[in-house]
Write a protein that binds this ligand. Structure first.
Ligand SMILES: C[S@@+](CC[C@H](N)C(=O)[O-])C[C@H]1O[C@@H](n2cnc3c(N)ncnc32)[C@H](O)[C@@H]1O
Length: 216
């Protein structure tokens, strides 16, 4: 059987409404806290890559302008429905590959990637694109689970990787080597709680547009 791309997983296709009801609800509080912590200023231009059904949308302040991109039409149609139903004029969504963004360099103040680095086929290229379209001094915000070297959890997450890949995401991505290979300048890395499996990485594109590598 031909291998399918992550965005072609049934979870992001015919089961998109189910995704919205289950994962959307589970993910929302986490995303809301990350967005709140950013204190986004009025007029900020934001790109959210792999925006899916627009899980995050209610969390953005309405004084910013948000563009969501995703490759799964069924996920996007849920997002569009929410935009229309809520009369949100500060959102638009577009079908677009996160690995080949159709935006000019230096277009956005923030580039958000919530639960998506472990879904796209090439997360390093995705971050390279995020950096390209981010304005100098703009921020790149990643929220994701990463695998760990802790004996039990690390072994379990690696063991279930084939199953989760079939569902539409991988569980074997390690934070430090991943960030090092993206060359992202990292301002902070934190967890929303001690026991959370999810990590927030705040990156910043340097003022001169270059991207020096910094150790985590
Ligand atoms: C786990 S969902 C996360 C959705 C949303 N960010 C959230 O937190 O609920 C991952 C999303 O990435 C999208 N995706 C996968 N590969 C992609 C690609 N190459 N370009 C854009 N989006 C992609 C999927 O279609 C899916 O909607």
């Amino acid at each position: 059987m031909a291998e399918i791309e992550a965005h072609e997983s049934k979870l992001y296709g015919e089961f998109a409404p189910l995704y919205d009801r289950i994962f959307g609800k589970l993910f929302y509080n986490r995303i809301e806290r990350v967005i709140e912590n950013l204190d986004i200023p009025a007029g900020a231009k934001i790109l959210e890559i792999g925006a899916g059904t627009g899980t995050s949308f209610p969390a953005y302040p309405n004084h910013c302008e948000v563009t969501g991109v995703d490759l799964a039409p069924d996920m996007l149609s849920r997002a569009r429905q929410k935009i229309v139903e809520n009369g949100w004029h500060h959102f638009k969504v577009m079908e677009m590959d996160a690995l080949n963004l159709k935006f000019a360099d230096n277009s956005f103040d923030y580039v958000m990637a919530f639960h998506v680095v472990t879904v796209v086929p090439d997360p390093i290229r995705m971050i390279a694109e995020a950096k390209r379209v981010c304005k100098p001094s703009g921020r790149i915000v990643i929220l994701n689970h990463f695998t760990t070297d802790m004996p039990v959890i690390g072994t379990v997450t690696r063991a279930i990787d084939p199953l989760t890949r079939w569902l539409g995401w991988r569980t074997d991505l390690k934070l430090k080597p991943f960030i090092a290979s993206t060359g992202l300048t990292v301002e902070s890395v934190y967890k929303l709680s001690k026991t959370s499996l999810y990590t927030v990485v705040l990156g910043r594109k340097s003022a001169n547009g270059f991207h020096p590598v910094r150790e985590l």
